[in-house]
Design a protein around this ligand. Structure first.
Ligand SMILES: Nc1ncnc2c1ncn2[C@@H]1O[C@H](COP(=O)(O)OP(=O)(O)OP(=O)(O)O)[C@@H](O)[C@H]1O
Ligand SMILES: [Mg+2]
Length: 506
């Protein structure tokens, strides 16, 4: 951010912090500190130890070794309640709000203002309003949380942290599911917090955010701190090198692949109120980018093709033959795979091993769904993807729930890469995964189309859409509003179509 952070003694400091899990050194002698009014960005590849550090600071997990200093004094943080009392709050991606309660009720949950057990509603609304105003947030204090968008829920969480007099707010990947506009709002709120002297630890995989929002940045690799730099002095290239350990030669390794025959044709697809008259086709060897704003109907289109949502009319053909797809299982049998946007909820069996998860979708196609894969083969297949995608796990038998967030995502990606589908629909394939792994995903995507598959790639990351697509469809309000070839596509043209500022087909 613009002005330099005040040069004062740290609010929080950790010295030689270490944490081991079975088979994994999650943190190794990490030094880290945060000053009052500072935004300190924490970067690192998937599994580098970021969330583990956060969990230790918020009492969700205990360190093995090292020291935590708060206002210069050694402290123990045995549980989340102690962290809260000290003034440390955390905002996770899965919010801890009660959906059917109002914004104000959530902010003051368990600490409602009032006397002798009588709730003072007016006082509660007033205080909630004051905090939200301070954050520059217009959301109504009487709105039910269930009716809010993700960004507004996040603001409610931040307001809650402030109402607890948090001096340090930790945000673990806060922008992963926000639109650009919402991210701008969040940055505004962060700016206000910082001016008030609140310190912020900010975790993100979006490297351009470091300079936008950070004062300093610390990079973790393999559980060790490799560097702490002034955010303004850290170029994206430097950060990548520190995170990955080497330079990335190319961020979008696009290769020319000859297009083959048509594999998928969608004609006049309708889902009342959601999708309107969608028609397009997809050829072997092709990567078709699907761009559009959040809410344009892209995920809904993917779900309709995959049989996860019913359609009201329209026709889907595979290899020229019309097919009826009434369920995801039928879609898989027809050779269609979907990497869903919400991978944790929809893509994974958390209580099963990495290997089980990877080979799961391949079973119905490769092995008739009957013959179980021999454990040896399953392990072999799984290990190949663990290597290729650099999934950080001590072995293929580890339960998926013990993997870091980004590594869980890689498992879902591996699952569909391994499924040998003819048509793969990837919904936000690289969200939440680190820069090095992104390149691996692009390479594997390229490998898939070289082998004759076709890929539909839904993405809000425009450089990624431009870098990897052969052709781009732009959606708006449930319709396809434009098609651009790789040669004619630019960021401006895509955005123009997505916002509806350009005539259809221009
Ligand atoms: N409860 C646990 N049991 C076993 N291993 C764990 C546990 N929590 C984390 N780990 C392991 O510790 C390492 C660090 O994980 P952590 O969640 O801190 O990574 P991260 O930097 O937050 O990654 P991401 O960017 O993917 O969120 C990983 O290898 C992970 O698998
Ligand atoms: Mg994490």
């Amino acid at each position: 951010m613009s002005s330099p952070a005040p040069d004062s003694s740290p609010l929080l400091a950790v010295h030689r912090l270490s944490k081991r899990f079975p088979g994994v050194q999650a943190l190794k002698e990490v030094d880290f500190d945060v000053r009052p009014g500072e935004v300190h960005v924490l970067l690192g590849e998937n599994g580098a130890g970021k969330s583990t550090l956060v969990k230790i600071l918020t009492g969700a997990q205990q360190r093995d070794e090292g020291e935590i200093l708060w206002h210069g004094q050694p402290v123990e943080i045995p549980d989340p309640h102690t962290a809260q009392k000290l003034g440390i709050s955390v905002i996770y991606q899965e919010f801890n709000l009660v959906p059917y309660m109002t914004v104000a009720e959530n902010i003051f949950l368990g600490r409602e203002p009032g006397q002798r057990g009588v709730l003072d509603r007016a006082a509660m609304q007033q205080r909630a309003r004051a905090i939200l105003d301070e954050l520059g947030v217009a959301v109504k204090t009487t709105a039910r949380v269930a009716d809010l968008g993700v960004a507004e829920q996040q603001m409610t969480e931040i307001a809650k942290a402030l109402s607890l007099d948090a001096e340090l707010i930790i945000m673990d990947e806060p922008t992963a599911t926000l639109t650009d506009h919402e991210i701008a709002q969040l940055f505004q709120a962060i700016h206000r917090l910082r001016r008030r002297g609140v310190a912020i630890v900010y975790i993100s995989h979006r490297l351009n955010e470091v300079a936008q929002v950070g004062d300093r940045v610390t990079v973790l690799r393999d559980g060790r701190r490799v560097a702490t730099l002034e955010a303004q002095e850290a170029s994206v290239e430097t950060l990548i090198r520190l995170m990955v350990g080497h330079d990335l030669r190319e961020q979008y390794p696009k290769q020319a692949v000859a297009l083959g025959e048509e594999v998928l044709r969608v004609e006049g697809l309708n889902r009342i109120g959601v999708l309107h008259d969608i028609s397009f086709s997809l050829r072997r060897g092709e990567i078709l980018g699907i761009a559009g704003l959040v809410g344009a109907g892209r995920t809904e289109l993917a779900r309709a093709i995959f049989g996860a949502d019913p359609i009201d009319s329209g026709r889907i053909s595979i290899h020229g033959r019309p097919v009826a797809i009434a369920s995801p299982l039928q879609a898989i049998e027809h050779g269609i795979g979907l990497l869903p946007e919400d991978r944790k909820a929809q893509g994974l069996l958390l209580m099963q091993s990495v290997a089980n998860n990877i080979t799961l979708a391949a079973l119905p196609r490769l092995f008739g769904g009957m013959r179980p894969l021999s454990p040896r083969m399953e392990a072999e297949v799984a290990r190949r993807y663990i290597n290729e995608l650099r999934i950080r796990t001590p072995s293929e038998t580890r339960l998926v729930r013990f993997l870091s967030g980004g590594n869980q995502q890689k498992v879902v990606i591996a699952k569909w890469l391994c499924s040998q589908s003819d048509v793969l629909i990837f919904d936000e394939p690289t969200r939440g995964i680190d820069v090095g792994a992104k390149v691996e995903v692009y390479n594997l995507m390229t490998e898939l189309v070289r082998r004759g598959a076709a890929v539909m790639m839904i993405s809000s990351d425009l450089p990624e859409v431009l870098g990897m697509s052969d052709r781009i469809l732009v959606m708006r309000k449930g319709r396809i509003v434009g098609e651009l070839s790789r040669a004619e596509a630019t960021q401006e043209r895509i955005l123009g179509l997505a916002f509806g500022e350009v005539a259809v087909g221009a």
